[in-house]
Design a protein around this ligand. Structure first.
Ligand SMILES: [Zn+2]
Length: 495
């Protein structure tokens, strides 16, 4: 008697359907698992036996062979327990195998038969939802918050093995109906200062809005205490909430770290330390991927404080995601693609001590130390920052405390929507130029003929100008927008 059922495993950054076959052999009682199972799955034999015995099933009565296919994919994770237990019960003759042939199971078992939550839940379930042979996916109750993201009636939740056995083999209805809403979730406070709590810096706030609305990387330079960090943190409060699609994408990335974001619609904010390794920044791992900071910031904000102190290969790693919103990890057998579309703000001091160019403190660095420090931010790196702003410590800002956070956030959301509809990513300069009015069109022609600015820099300024116009709910770029964008471009080099 061969019984067949489904589960899934992680392959790179994807989930993959696994077919589980179980067969009873005329040999000494034991459970044997084949098909490249990892150590955790091998240990599952004892957990499964203990939990089935606990429920009163005297099994295995003979040798039960469990095979996981495709055999060439390495499988890890304790979530195979649930499917293995069901395979053992049917192969050993307690229940008819046909009852579970269209079901899939995910869940770790305790020795007492309770179901424990599954890590990597989102990609594991995604694979099974796509699988046409699977009609129902049985998962632990503890994963309910993540599974509501799918809005799929294929998914059913169970507290323990006993409940699942009654459902599968005795056709008992489920007691715990999956909730369609997500009552526990929807946290709204990001814990970051909102823009109005940052005193002064009126113009810097506008530049933040342009940066976030148009996904334009922003470099802030200024002495310590000039508000670079505070402003960047407050930028997190300006990001629009994640929509349904983005919520799944972000939760999916975090599920690779075994973290549930629990329906949290606040976009991620990541601020890695400058000592971070390339692997931790870009992502690593082989058969199972560990997403790096670039992917953990997906659909959110990445803040790099003290940019010149980051390793060269880390800064280099920004190039691909800034260009196309993804990062490819090259492995011997294949290339793994991770999502990495984020807003980027970087900050730097002007020199090692921080006070070169400051009006308030004296710099103690030698000219050579300053040069070496600034040289770390090369022309090609600066090219990736269409927005650059010098911040000065200001002591006279107490009067100016804004009340604009909510309105700014709304106009950012609005501009982002319109930019998406216009679909200008990767398009030619010609399509951007269609948004210029007469006077600004002349100005662009002048830049093209009289400045030595690269094609890329002119295009960047046009994109920034369009974002500035969209923030004012216009789609025509006027001369002011262009002049502002041009004044905010980063220098060609810092030394
Ligand atoms: Zn200095």
């Amino acid at each position: 008697m061969i019984s067949k059922t489904f589960s899934s495993c992680i392959d790179g950054f994807e989930g993959k359907t696994v077919v589980l076959e179980a067969s009873k052999q005329n040999s000494l009682p034991q459970i044997q698992i084949t098909g490249l199972p990892g150590t955790v799955i091998q240990e599952s034999r004892d957990r499964v036996k203990a939990s089935l015995n606990h429920l009163g099933f005297d099994t295995p009565s003979k040798k039960i062979l469990i095979h996981l296919s495709p055999a060439e994919t390495k499988k890890t994770g304790s979530h195979f327990d649930f499917a293995i237990a069901m395979g053992v019960l049917t192969a050993d003759g307690f229940f008819p195998a046909r009852k579970i042939e269209k079901f899939a199971f995910l869940g770790e078992l305790t020795l007492g038969g309770e179901l424990r939550p599954v890590s990597h839940f989102i990609p594991l379930v995604e694979a099974l939802i796509r699988e046409s042979q699977v009609e129902k996916i049985l998962v632990p109750f503890a994963n309910q918050i993540e599974s509501t993201l799918f809005k799929s009636d294929k998914i059913l939740h169970f507290q323990n093995l006993n409940e699942a056995i009654r459902f599968c083999f005795y056709d008992e209805p489920l007691v715990h109906l999956p909730e369609t809403d997500n009552p526990k979730a929807e946290v709204h406070s990001s814990g970051f200062p909102n823009l109005d709590e940052v005193v002064g810096h009126g113009y810097a706030k506008r530049v933040l809005a342009i940066a976030l609305a148009g996904f334009h990387p922003l470099l802030l330079e200024g002495p310590p205490g000039s508000g670079k960090t505070l402003l960047s943190h407050s930028a997190a409060s300006l990001l629009p909430d994640l929509n349904d699609k983005e919520l799944v994408e972000v939760s999916r990335v975090y599920s690779f770290l075994g973290e549930q974001r629990e329906g949290n619609r606040i976009p991620p904010f990541r601020s890695p330390h400058h000592s971070i390794s390339a692997a931790a920044f870009l992502g690593g791992g082989c058969s199972q991927v560990l997403p790096g900071e670039l992917s953990l910031a997906h659909r959110g904000l990445l803040f790099l404080d003290e940019l010149p102190e980051f390793r060269r290969d880390v800064i280099e790693g920004l190039r691909e995601p800034l260009q196309n919103g993804e990062i490819h990890l090259h492995r011997i057998s294949k290339s793994i693609c991770l999502p990495a579309r984020f807003s980027l703000i970087a900050a730097m001091n002007p020199c090692p001590c921080g006070y070169s160019n400051s009006h308030h403190e004296r710099c103690s660095c030698s000219p050579e130390a300053i040069r070496n420090y600034r040289k770390k931010i090369s022309g090609p790196i600066l090219d990736r920052f269409p927005l650059y702003l010098w911040l000065e410590t200001s002591w006279n800002q107490s009067a100016e405390r804004g009340n604009r956070w909510h309105a700014t956030r709304l106009s950012i959301e609005n501009a982002r929507c319109r930019l998406k509809e216009l679909n200008l990513t990767g398009t030619s300069l010609t399509r951007l130029k269609a948004h210029l009015d007469g006077s600004s069109s002349q100005l662009v022609s002048k830049w093209e003929t009289t400045t030595r600015a690269s094609f890329r820099r002119i295009e960047n300024s046009l994109r920034v100008a369009l974002t500035a116009a969209l923030l004012d709910r216009r789609e025509i770029i006027c001369r002011n927008d262009l002049e502002e964008a041009w004044s905010l471009r980063s220098p060609e080099n810092l030394v």
